[in-house]
Design a protein around this ligand. Structure first.
Ligand code: GLV
Length: 323
């Protein structure tokens, strides 16, 4: 172990994560606010830091890495998605980048399943009726949704979260197909009773399309006008991945025109902004990026990120490096 290091944490994280770093004797500086630290101030703050623990709302780019300086050894992103981190810029500077896979799989799959239920059963609409004081009464044809049993879930990206969502959907009686860059292990396909199809087949055959792929230039607007047109008019789309995997303007159009039946979104293209058209679509269920938002999960994320920082600062391999 070398001497104590300076660790800058770019936002509030659960205490156990910070305790790990303090126990090792590191000097930990936390931006202790729910509001994001102004960028100029952050660029000052990171100067001379040995490690950064970053939230997904932070752009970790060449500018930030250079502001920190050449002693920077590790950037630990407290998220599984790392589209906010310029991994190449880290590599070029010899900075280890890490993320937090695994610990948020179930929490995120729970939210995907919740959105599948919310959109297909029109639960957001029902809630809004009650809260707005709109008169209502039980009716045979009132707010009818669609059942999940014997319907097909199309999973885009059968990684850990996609598979966990598929498991839940199977428990609700759904069949599962998936598309992914590579085939899943045979055992996983057997367990989920699933098989890989191409994107066109998935769009044509799915009653619910659920997105679980990482965001990158190759998944930017993966679902846009053409893809919505290829979906069934009765189909729903659910996004717990990253907002820009969907072309939001095209989604608004598809929801308005009845090209698809509904959408459940936990993430948005320009978070925290939401496309104004979506707010007007009764057939859209909108959540404020709650995928990993449980006490247990956020604690596990902070702990894993801190373990990554501690390992690199001690000259060891981090548990979950990116790439
Ligand atoms: C949440 O969106 C995450 O990537 O961890």
């Amino acid at each position: 172990m070398t001497g104590p290091s300076r660790v800058v944490v770019t936002g509030r994280v659960p205490r156990p994560g910070l305790d790990i770093l303090r126990r090792d004797g590191h000097r930990v500086e936390v931006w202790d606010s729910e509001d994001q630290q102004p960028r100029e101030q952050l660029l000052e703050q990171v100067r001379g830091a040995d490690a950064l623990m970053t939230l997904l709302t932070e752009q970790v780019d060449a500018e930030l890495l250079d502001a920190a300086g050449p002693q920077l050894k590790v950037v630990a992103n407290v998220a599984v998605g790392y589209n906010n981190v310029d991994v190449d810029a880290c590599r070029e500077r010899g900075v280890v980048a890490t993320n937090t896979p695994g610990v948020l799989t179930d929490a995120t799959a729970d939210i995907a399943m919740a959105l599948i239920l919310m959109t297909t059963r029109r639960l957001g609409e029902g809630e809004r009726v009650i809260r707005s004081g709109t008169p209502w009464q039980w009716g045979m044809f009132y707010l009818l949704g669609t059942s999940l049993q014997h319907k097909t879930l199309g999973v885009v990206g059968l990684g850990a979260i996609g598979a966990a969502t598929a498991r839940r959907a199977r428990a609700f009686g759904m069949n599962v197909i998936y598309t992914s860059r590579s085939s899943a292990a045979r055992e996983l396909e057997t367990e989920l009773g699933t098989h890989r199809v191409d994107m066109d087949t998935l769009l044509a055959q799915s009653d619910v399309v659920s997105l679980h792929c990482p965001y990158s230039s190759s998944t930017h607007h993966l679902l846009s006008t053409e893809q919505f047109a290829a979906m069934r008019p009765s189909a729903h789309v659910v996004n717990t991945a990253r907002g820009a995997v969907i072309d939001e303007a095209a989604l608004v159009e598809a929801l308005r025109e009845g090209e698809i039946a509904g959408a459940g979104l936990d993430v948005f293209e320009e978070e925290p902004a939401v496309h104004p058209g979506l707010l007007e679509c009764d057939n859209a269920v909108l959540l404020p990026h709650l995928g990993s938002a449980t006490i247990e999960t956020r604690t596990a994320m902070a702990t894993l990120a801190a373990d990554n920082v501690a390992a690199v600062l001690a000259g060891r391999e981090p548990p979950t490096p990116i790439g």
